[in-house]
Design a protein around this ligand. Structure first.
Ligand code: DHE
Length: 568
């Protein structure tokens, strides 16, 4: 067995530990499992079955079932092409050396390297595990590429710009609109931030990931994990989708041009598969240009066939998008002022880039390289790396949180998936040089598995979730820190209890426009109850609980004004 483990470069958890973990925490995910992902629609695409005579045989029906499972459960870590990403490579020759029986053991019980025990957690049956053990001994099937021909053919302009309203046709206070991801129903809820009433629920792509708004505030863009993008016109009597497009078969990021003079004009979407970004007309989603991110890792300069596009943000100080390429560890500053002669600055940052946000000056972009315990800081004015800052175990900031620290000046913070600390980084090299790009404070969160932290310029609170903590009370609660006295411990508030929900995780704090309310999702099971809890930021007491049978698995919430202006 030890030889086997060395072969895979992994250490097996003792069986008893692995089984106990799965039994005690059937619904919890260690950081690695979270990063491995939710799966995508990629597996459902038709693929060519290439067979290796040295591998145990598989029928076509088994191959088709196995590729769906692979893209759903394995590709996030091991890569679509199985060349390894967060997880180890699973190349056919190595897998054949290990053989079916040994591979079944790994899949059944998991490993200490982060691989879940699919058998012990009852996620896969014995039959499925046997099928998967044979599948990975055959060459990896290639999902279809998705070039301009396919992207263009998928484009649907449902309401052309000249048939849209000439003025706003509703009395919604758009600045305080919240767009809420309803993850498992493939929908978005638009909620009026003033009345807390649901305005409408819109169909979107599969497990829609994020919402961004156009610079003028008229349009909402969202991407599903399946690469389906919806463009929603918020001026209509009831906001509705006016265009859709498929930019790929697996995606997470979208944004629009924010530089002066470019409001609403250009949209960009990043894809995991094929690894690329697509530039589109912001008013119609007509695709203009697709750019591959395949290439060489920044450090070892080895070719990587699937460097996925993680976060994308839009610069306020230049006509540029900041595109973070996960596996190669490169940050691309894509200048959109001339799409025909596209100029891109390629910055060496760190591998496994994920999510991030601006500092308060909007000059520096801080992005988590989570598998490297690092936050990379990009100076977008100079177009170069400002620093790689070592933080805690697997930083996960969302967009992070900015405030003026009483001791250290302007700072930005991130929580961590892998520990219970919040790293506070100095962000002002001009006036607080001695603190810049250093962890000046490490705050203690109430649990590990933090996904998001948030504050607001008008607030003196910092809120942090611990949504992926295995501890039941911790993932139902949030920490709230007093920014005027960070030496004092945080107050811990059980938000799920306030909502009267027994099964659910509390995640993604988001402020209203005024900065006096903070909204949390209580993310319940797909068939159970969920809620949104609105806290009074000043008193830290509940202000409203939004419950509705249509609020199925709410996760991310995006306040229009704060999202456009990057206030966090
Ligand atoms: Fe996310 C942001 C990727 C799982 C909720 N997530 C992001 C971004 C990326 C990303 C690249 C940054 C987008 C940007 O700014 O352009 N997320 C991934 C994954 O690869 C991962 C780990 C696995 C997967 O298969 O998707 C993953 N994410 C999740 C979830 O399970 C979460 C908690 C619930 C959900 O809705 O799926 C989730 N991710 C979010 C949210 C944001 C996000 C709410 C936006 C944060 C913000 O405030 O901007």
């Amino acid at each position: 067995m030890k030889k086997l483990m060395r072969g895979l470069g992994l250490a097996l958890l003792p069986l008893s530990v692995s089984m106990a973990w799965a039994q005690e925490h059937p619904n919890t995910k260690p950081a690695e499992v979270y990063l491995a992902g939710t799966g995508s629609a990629t597996g459902e695409l038709e693929m060519y079955q290439s067979t290796d005579p040295k591998a145990p045989p598989m029928t076509k029906a088994e191959f088709d079932a196995a590729r769906v499972i692979y893209f759903d459960r394995c590709a996030g870590c091991h890569g679509v092409l199985r060349k390894g990403a967060t997880g180890k490579p699973l190349l056919p020759e190595l897998m054949q050396n290990l053989g079916t029986e040994s591979l079944k053991v790994f899949m059944t019980y998991g490993t200490a390297g982060g691989m879940p025990g699919f058998g012990t957690s009852n996620e896969l049956s014995e039959k499925e595990i046997d099928m998967m053990a044979r599948f990975i001994q055959h060459p990896a099937p290639l999902p279809p590429e998705w070039g301009m021909k396919e992207i263009h053919a998928s484009w649907k302009l449902l309401v052309p710009p000249d048939q849209r309203p000439k003025k706003k046709m509703n009395n919604i206070n758009l600045d305080n609109l919240f767009s809420v991801t309803l993850r498992d129903s493939g929908e978005l809820a638009l909620i009026d931030g003033d009345s807390k009433k649901i305005i409408t629920i819109l169909k979107t792509g599969f497990a829609v990931h994020i919402t961004r708004f156009s610079g003028s505030g008229r349009y909402l863009y969202t991407t599903g994990r399946d690469g389906l993008i919806n463009l929603i016109d918020l001026w209509m009597e009831t906001p509705q989708t006016v265009a859709t497009i498929r930019t790929g078969s697996d995606a997470r990021s979208i944004d629009t041009s924010k530089f002066k003079g470019y409001d609403d004009k250009i949209a960009i979407a990043g894809t995991y598969w094929p690894p690329a970004y697509v530039l589109m007309d912001g008013f119609t989603l007509e695709p203009k240009k697709v750019m591959s991110t395949r290439g060489y890792t920044y450090d070892e300069q080895e070719f990587h066939p699937e460097p996925r596009v993680a976060s994308i943000v839009s610069s306020h100080i230049k006509p540029e998008f900041v595109v973070n390429v996960k596996e190669t560890g490169k940050v691309l500053l894509v200048n959109y002022s001339d799409l025909k002669n596209l100029k891109t600055t390629e910055i060496e940052a760190e591998r496994f880039l994920h999510d991030g946000g601006w500092d308060s000056s909007k000059r520096y972009f801080l992005v988590a390289a989570n598998m490297r315990d690092t936050v990379s800081v990009v100076d977008t004015k100079e177009g170069k790396l400002a620093a790689n800052v070592k933080v805690g175990n697997k930083p996960h900031p969302g967009r992070g949180a900015n405030w003026k620290d009483v001791k250290y000046g302007p700072v930005w913070a991130t929580g961590h998936l892998g520990d219970d600390t919040i790293a506070v980084i100095g962000t002002d090299p001009a006036k607080h040089k001695q603190n810049a790009w250093k962890v000046v404070r490490s705050l203690k969160n109430h649990g590990n598995g933090s996904l998001f932290v948030k504050t607001h310029p008008k607030s003196s609170n910092l809120w942090a979730d611990a949504a992926l903590s295995p501890d039941d009370a911790a993932h139902k609660s949030v920490s709230v820190f007093n920014l005027k006295n960070l030496d004092a411990p945080a107050e811990v508030i059980n938000i799920a209890e306030i909502a009267g929900i027994t099964k659910g995780r509390v995640t993604h704090p988001e402020y209203n426009k005024a900065g006096d309310e903070v909204w949390f999702s209580v993310w319940g099971p797909k068939t159970g109850e969920s809620a949104i809890v609105v806290m009074n930021d000043k008193t830290r007491k509940v202000k409203a609980v939004i419950k509705d049978p249509r609020l199925i698995t709410p996760t991310g919430k995006f306040n229009l004004y704060n999202t456009i202006k990057d206030i966090y």
